[in-house]
Design a protein around this ligand. Structure first.
Ligand SMILES: *Cc1c(COP(=O)(O)O)cnc(C)c1O
Length: 393
């Protein structure tokens, strides 16, 4: 008999009744150090007082009105994002995959309106992840996500990650856009080197191609800058955001330059919930906190501390781990043992991590994790490593 919750996830046998900061608690009182943060969503940890305040205050005033009317909280968050980024304009969604939908539509409409209606092809890369909608799975293109779901949305050219020659060959003034994650998340915490991101920008400029960055996972302070592309000193034309921006409340966004967004006129796109007052009140508070230079400096300091301790762990358990990689507090432990065994042993040791492709264990802690909790995290990861090493001996 099918479970009442559609069984598309193989879930760990854990369930939590409360959370505070970087800790989650089960009903029986057992505590877990949360290094998954709801897959990079709980950017400020669980039950952050300022976010609880923002949400409950808005909840007491007004929940929902639809985009038929002006929404002050939405206007405020859009202004914050425009002030802090390359973007001139923002559309709010409820998720990353909806942001992908709009990014694809926006790029195609751009060329349609410029008198090049056949310029629809979008280049993407192996190992990428852009969500589970029909456009999202077609964009990523992996068999794991697409098998059985055809006919797939056409118009995506998939290139091998890091194949510069193939990219040079595929790029032309027939291509509408290049869509890429500055740091691949689901693909195994694979950062695109700054030089490659710069090269991509140059290539796009040469051919007039739109550069779409998917910063759903790596954005919102995760790498120690508000958005990951800032490290490379470039800007995209269109950017997808979600996960951390809502701090746990469902919220996503597409940010764009005025030119890239020029095709999206009244009636060309919409969302009933997108930019809802509750989501935007929380998002505006997340932005207040995360877009602050002092906060981001702390993210970088903590990231340095965490990484240094993880390097020690990897060196101490060479049969379990191969290397640490990533950027800021978006870290991956590339494993020699099976990554899911390490995640499983972590449950026993009271630490939550997230598996990713390429045999990687993802560490995506709250951006405000304390130094003490970083220490506790490494202790618990070490206990997990000991267990895996013992089991494999
Ligand atoms: C999670 C993710 C998405 C999809 O976001 P949802 O909110 O799950 O729809 C898209 N792109 C990247 C890079 C992601 O990590």
């Amino acid at each position: 008999m099918i479970p009442s919750v559609l069984p598309t996830y193989s879930r760990a046998p854990l369930s939590f009744s409360s959370g505070a900061g970087s800790w989650l608690t089960e009903a029986d009182g057992r505590r877990f150090l949360d290094l998954g943060a709801g897959i990079a969503v709980n950017a400020l940890g669980h039950a952050h007082p300022a976010l609880v305040e923002a949400l409950t205050t808005q909840a007491g005033a007004l929940w929902h009105v639809s985009n038929l009317y002006h929404i002050p909280a939405q206007q405020k968050l859009a202004d914050q994002l425009v002030a802090q980024t390359f973007a001139d304009t923002v559309f709010f969604t409820n998720s990353g995959t909806e942001a992908c939908e709009l990014a694809v539509k926006m790029a195609r409409k751009y060329w349609f309106d410029k008198g090049q209606p056949d310029r629809t092809e979008i280049i993407t890369f192996d190992g990428s992840f852009h969500g589970r909608s029909s456009a999202g799975i077609a964009a990523a293109g992996s068999e794991k996500m697409t098998k059985g779901f055809g006919p797939l949305l056409g118009g995506f050219t998939h290139l091998a990650f890091g194949d510069h020659e193939a990219l040079q060959e595929a790029a032309s003034d027939k291509i509408a856009a290049i869509l890429v994650e500055p740091v691949q998340g689901e693909g195994g915490i694979r950062p695109l080197p700054d030089a490659c991101l710069k090269g991509l920008r140059d290539l796009c400029d040469t051919h007039g191609i739109l550069l779409i960055l998917d910063e759903v996972q790596c954005g919102m302070g995760r790498t120690g800058r508000l958005f990951a592309h800032e490290w490379a000193g470039i800007t995209p034309d269109i950017m997808m955001v979600a996960k951390g921006i809502g701090g746990g409340f469902p919220l996503g966004a597409v940010l764009a330059t005025a030119d890239a967004a020029s095709g999206m006129t009244a009636g060309t796109h919409g969302s009933t919930y997108g930019g809802n007052p509750l989501a935007c009140a929380v998002g505006a508070k997340v932005m207040d906190i995360v877009a602050d230079d002092a906060f981001l400096a702390e993210v970088n300091r903590k990231a340095g501390l965490f990484r240094q301790k993880l390097e020690g762990l990897v060196a101490a358990y060479p049969d379990v781990f191969e290397t640490v990689r990533g950027a800021g507090l978006m870290l991956g432990l590339k494993c020699k043992a099976t990554n899911s065994d390490v995640v499983q042993a972590g449950f026993d040791a009271g630490v939550l991590t997230v598996p990713a492709a390429d045999n990687v264990v993802r560490l995506l802690p709250a951006l405000n994790i304390s130094d003490d909790d970083i220490g506790a995290a490494v202790d618990r990861l070490e206990a997990a490593a000991r267990q895996v090493q013992g089991a494999n001996a």
